[in-house]
Write a protein that binds this ligand. Structure first.
Ligand code: HMG
Ligand code: MG
Length: 302
């Protein structure tokens, strides 16, 4: 077993995290969160999505948020675009990367983006082409790669099928997402293995939600396979509006603590990250979902 010596984290809190908040979060707070995350050393930040405001009202301020960020060089700012309409809106704000998002489960595809898996790929193809032609990087998110809220367990072959379709339309790298956080290490490894038949090890990332408290174990299981890209959410924010009961992504603070404890470099300043998490938790009026953040804040207070 050879673990990677460094890990790249894509911070998805501003998007995957805040998309699920019931009360509106003002754009100024989202912008300040992004600023604090980049100050903490995050090099990739998923900022917002260009989806229907009727479906996800919380992301309706996408232009305001993207326009308000003071960008730093060397940081990749990514956004979700489900179709050409979304891409055309996104491109005005000059993202470094766009994300098309599909699902390994038919039922989730219908609930989340209102079309079948095959139709989603047809919609994504021109988006991918347009992005690549404009010099914008393209990532593909693959939801429900272990389990689906509507269909239950998902076989690895279905993940492999989706990964092949994503590769076929020119997607450059993919996220293997356990959307509802039901995965355990062997199941997550199986989903990663089939994805690695289509994408190289540098182009596959783990996106684990922590609903059942398995996300750190799953992260370690992925590291053991050589996976070194992960998505996480500061303070463990979030969930998907179309995956009821699913909690947020694994907390970025928890992943960073795990990695630093194993001498794996992230380039992230954990103290500054805890401050960013404390900021957004205070704005949302609840304690952080990160165990590490709570422990470190208690230690500071003591
Ligand atoms: P639809 O209703 O099938 O779309 O929705 P349509 O093309 O038939 O258009 C219907 C209306 O939506 C029209 O407006 C369009 O203009 C508008 P109307 O004429 O009724 O006023 N519309 C749009 N507006 C803004 N931006 C757009 C857009 N497209 C159409 N891009 C659609 C299809 C995909 C738009 C819809 O289903 C949608 O917005 N879904 C939201 C999905 C979403 O954001 N889910 C959460 C993110 S995925 C996630 O969290 C999982 C992930 O983290 C990985 C994991 O954990 O699994 C990535
Ligand atoms: Mg997610």
């Amino acid at each position: 077993m050879k673990l990677p010596s460094r890990v790249k984290l894509v911070e998805v809190g501003p998007r995957d995290g805040l998309q699920n908040e019931k009360q509106p979060v003002p754009a100024a707070i989202k912008i300040e969160l992004v600023h604090r995350l980049q100050a903490a050393g995050l090099k990739e930040i998923e900022v917002t999505s260009y989806v229907s405001p009727k479906w996800v009202p919380q992301m309706a301020d996408n232009h305001e948020v993207m326009g308000g960020i003071q960008r730093q060089s060397g940081i990749r700012y990514s956004v979700l675009t489900p179709n050409l309409k979304g891409f055309e809106a996104a491109v005005l704000d000059k993202p470094d990367e766009i994300v098309v998002f599909g699902a390994a489960s038919e039922a989730f595809s219908q609930k989340n983006i209102n079309c079948s898996i095959a139709e989603s790929i047809e919609r994504f193809a021109p988006v991918v082409q347009a992005a690549l032609a404009a010099g914008i990087a393209v990532r593909g998110a693959m939801s429900c790669t272990v389990g689906c809220p509507y269909e239950g367990e998902i076989a690895p072959e279905r993940v492999g099928y989706l990964a092949g379709l994503m590769k076929g339309i020119g997607v450059q790298r993919v996220d293997v997402a356990d959307t509802i956080g039901v995965g355990t290490p062997r199941k997550v490894q199986a989903a990663l293995e089939v994805t690695l038949q289509h994408f190289g090890i540098d182009d596959v990332s783990g996106h684990f939600h922590d609903t059942y408290g398995q996300a750190l174990s799953n992260t370690l299981a992925a590291l053991e396979m050589g996976i070194w890209n992960f998505q996480s959410s500061v303070a463990g924010l979030g969930g998907c509006p179309y995956a009821k009961g699913a909690t947020g992504n694994v907390a970025t603070e928890d992943v960073v603590y795990l990695l630093h404890g194993m001498n794996i470099d992230t380039g992230i300043d954990l103290d500054a990250l805890v401050d960013a998490g404390a900021y957004i938790s205070e704005q949302l009026g609840r304690p952080s979902g990160s165990r590490v953040a709570r422990a470190l804040l208690a230690k500071r207070a003591g």
